[in-house]
Ligand binder design. Sequence first.
Ligand SMILES: [Zn+2]
Length: 92
Amino acid sequence: MDSFLLIFLIVIAYVALLLILKHLGFGEKKVCKNCSNCCPDCQKAMERIKRKRRDYLLNHCTFHIFDFKRYRCMECGWEGLRWEKQLRPGKS
Ligand SMILES: [Zn+2]
């Protein structure tokens, strides 16, 4: 029973941490004057690329709180995951 409670508390703490990170804008798309999604290194536009298997896994592990998408910089080749704020709540 104690170990169940411990796991429960860890899960709660984990979800709380994810929500805090989201609130702080961790890994959020950057908007600059050039484009709506710019590279963290060179501020140039990034293109959307196909997600990898581990990206789907990460989204599952973060309970789709972020819904990360994979982007690549056309200028310097930076590649990584970014998420954007949803203006409207998701379709039910
Ligand atoms: Zn770049």
